[in-house]
Design a protein around this ligand. Structure first.
Ligand SMILES: Nc1ccn([C@@H]2O[C@H](COP(=O)(O)OP(=O)(O)OP(=O)(O)O)[C@@H](O)[C@H]2O)c(=O)n1
Ligand SMILES: C[C@](O)(CO)[C@H](O)COP(=O)(O)O
Length: 227
């Protein structure tokens, strides 16, 4: 199977703050984007979906890597759709759609998604919810509770047979929180594979320190070799 990674990086990172969108900020000695791209260097093709304002930053992060740059859209789903449409000319068999904001994704998680795609048309990593769940009131009080059984926290990369997820996005009304939502509306069977707590999405300011600790441990030997 010819495998492509579609890394979505066209967001503005407003919740993370800072003077640069989070994907271009440094963590553990490299930019978030460089770390994330390095996780998928074994793929047959890598496409990076970026905001038009970020072309210079993207070119610097890519360096000499054979990464295709694609212009993103107004929300994550639109960026994914733009990326899938751009890959159509030389369509891969399977595509792994991943948040650039998840630079710590373990190779084992990626491998579990790819392995599952041998037998099912969709596969995505998740973690079971292990805490009690509350519904908050606008005043910050507990207004209700919800059952956790069977609930998972979704992660990426979310992998699919390419044609199936492209067709699903082409008919979806837009605004989906993730690609599993798009796939399910099109009736695509999606297997859950084990995610990883280390596979955090850098969202708020505090996430950079946590990601740095993970990256220095996960890739400490590599980092030391490079310095
Ligand atoms: N128009 C958009 C919006 C988001 N994303 C990507 O979707 C992923 C998950 O989105 P999120 O973590 O929300 O990133 P941002 O939208 O940048 O963050 P914020 O909502 O804080 O602005 C990120 O890798 C982000 O770059 C994208 O490619 N195109
Ligand atoms: C795609 C995702 O990472 C799955 O958990 C999540 O939906 C992205 O959410 P965001 O608000 O766009 O960061």
């Amino acid at each position: 199977m010819r495998q492509a990674a579609l890394i979505v990086a066209a967001g503005r990172g407003t919740r993370a703050g800072g003077d640069l969108p989070k994907q271009w900020r440094p963590v553990a000695g490299r930019t978030v984007t460089e770390w994330t791209l390095s996780r998928f260097s074994h793929m047959d093709e890598i496409a990076l979906v970026i905001h038009p304002d970020d072309r210079a930053a993207a070119a610097e992060a890519i360096g000499a890597l054979p990464v295709r740059l694609i212009a993103g859209g107004a929300d994550r789903a639109a960026s994914v759709r733009a990326g899938l449409e751009a890959l159509t000319a030389a369509a891969p068999d399977v595509v792994l759609i991943h948040d650039v904001a998840r630079p710590c994704v373990p190779r084992a998680v990626i491998d579990r998604v790819v392995a599952a795609l041998e037998t099912v048309p969709g596969a995505a990593p998740g973690l079971p919810v292990t805490d009690a769940l509350w519904q908050a009131t606008p005043e910050g009080r507990v207004g209700g509770t919800a059952r956790r059984e069977g609930l998972f926290r979704a992660q990426t990369p979310q992998g699919f047979r390419f044609r199936a997820i492209l067709d699903a996005h082409l008919v979806h009304p837009g605004g989906a929180a993730d690609d599993v939502e798009v796939a399910r509306m099109a009736g695509i069977d999606v297997a859950i594979v084990a995610g990883a707590e280390d596979n955090l999405k850098i969202t708020g300011p505090d996430d950079f320190d946590r990601a740095a600790r993970i990256l220095e441990t996960m890739d400490g030997h590599t980092l030391r070799q490079r310095i």
